[in-house]
Design a protein around this ligand. Structure first.
Ligand code: NDP
Ligand code: 8X3
Length: 271
């Protein structure tokens, strides 16, 4: 059963990886997607593709093209302006997928770089809060809505040289738990989908374009794909309104924890 057809969903970080896959999966379910991220060329290309495929139908029937908005989730004024324009334009969101995020570097706490820390904390934590603060009041006023945050296994277990990235994801878990308490008495739900290793542009961004180093992260393992995570997000969103999946941990079969990974020679990793 499709319970979300005709709804409107904002997806942050829809220009790549998990966010892009979520946008595609939601549009395929007849959800009108609002694609956001900083790279406007990618947003426009995805919107054209989804519109051409006839995805993104509005409440009540006819096809409605995806909307796009290019902004940085760290820019609170831009986020507030986006939310206000969406509401006044008659596209009040039913769903917010807080996906935009990144890691920068792998460093010890004693050797870490302040700029990397700022970027991770400002994006993964404060950016998610900016979006949530802008969108959640409308959901509460309408007594309806669902926010899905992209957490991580890194929000449950620390790994070496990952303390600050992990801290941002522990914080996402705290916000999901805290908001759920604060939302008691409303029909608004908040969930976090927490993946293990997913092959996307994540490691390329973490290692600032060092493709060879990024590829070694996924060598010899069979990681999750962005589509696997999008499936989980859609499952969570498509539950009946009295069901609230507050947390969902999704791991590749070959990764049982950040430390316990069945890495094999590349040609034997996949069945
Ligand atoms: P990608 O690098 O493939 O995609 C990240 C997305 O976030 C891009 O669309 C990027 O868009 C957007 N983004 C980054 N910074 C900003 C910003 N300041 N403002 C707006 N958008 C921004 O990575 P993933 O798809 O893998 O990551 C998505 C989420 O999933 C992240 O929160 C990540 O922490 C989480 N995650 C990833 C895992 C993995 O192994 N890949 C595992 C667990 C969780 P643009 O650059 O155009 O702005
Ligand atoms: C991203 C996945 O590998 O850093 O959240 O734990 S990892």
């Amino acid at each position: 059963m499709n319970r979300i057809r005709g709804q409107t969903a904002i997806v942050t970080g829809a220009t790549a990886g998990i966010g892009e896959a979520c946008a595609r999966a939601l549009a395929a379910m007849g959800v009108r997607v609002v694609l956001t991220g900083r790279r406007s060329d990618r947003l426009e290309a995805l919107a054209r593709e989804l519109a051409a495929a006839g995805n993104g139908s509005a409440r009540g029937g006819g096809d409605v093209e995806p909307l796009t908005a290019a902004f940085d989730v760290r820019d609170r004024a831009a986020v507030d302006d986006f939310a206000a324009r969406l509401e006044s334009g008659g596209a009040a969101p039913d769903i917010l997928v807080n996906n935009a995020g990144l890691a920068r570097g792998l460093d010890t706490v004693q050797g870490g770089k302040h700029d990397d820390w700022d970027e991770m904390i400002d994006t993964n934590l404060k950016g998610l809060l900016n979006m949530t603060r802008a969108i959640l009041p409308g959901m509460v006023a309408r007594d309806s809505g669902h926010v899905v945050n992209l957490g991580s296994i890194a929000g449950r277990m620390i790994y070496p040289k990952g303390a600050v990235y992990c801290a941002t994801k522990y914080a996402v878990r705290a916000i999901t738990e805290g908001a759920n308490v604060d939302l008691l008495g409303t029909r608004v739900r908040m969930s976090s989908v927490d993946p293990g290793m997913v092959e996307t542009e994540f490691s390329l961004v973490r290692f600032r374009g060092d493709d060879a180093r990024a590829r070694t992260v996924y060598e010899g393992v069979d990681p999750l794909t962005a589509e696997d995570v999008a499936d989980a997000v859609c499952y969570v969103l498509n539950t009946p309104s009295h069901v609230n999946i507050q947390q969902m941990l999704v791991m590749p079969t070959m990764q049982r924890s950040p430390y316990v990974l069945d890495r094999r020679p590349a040609d034997t990793a996949k069945e």
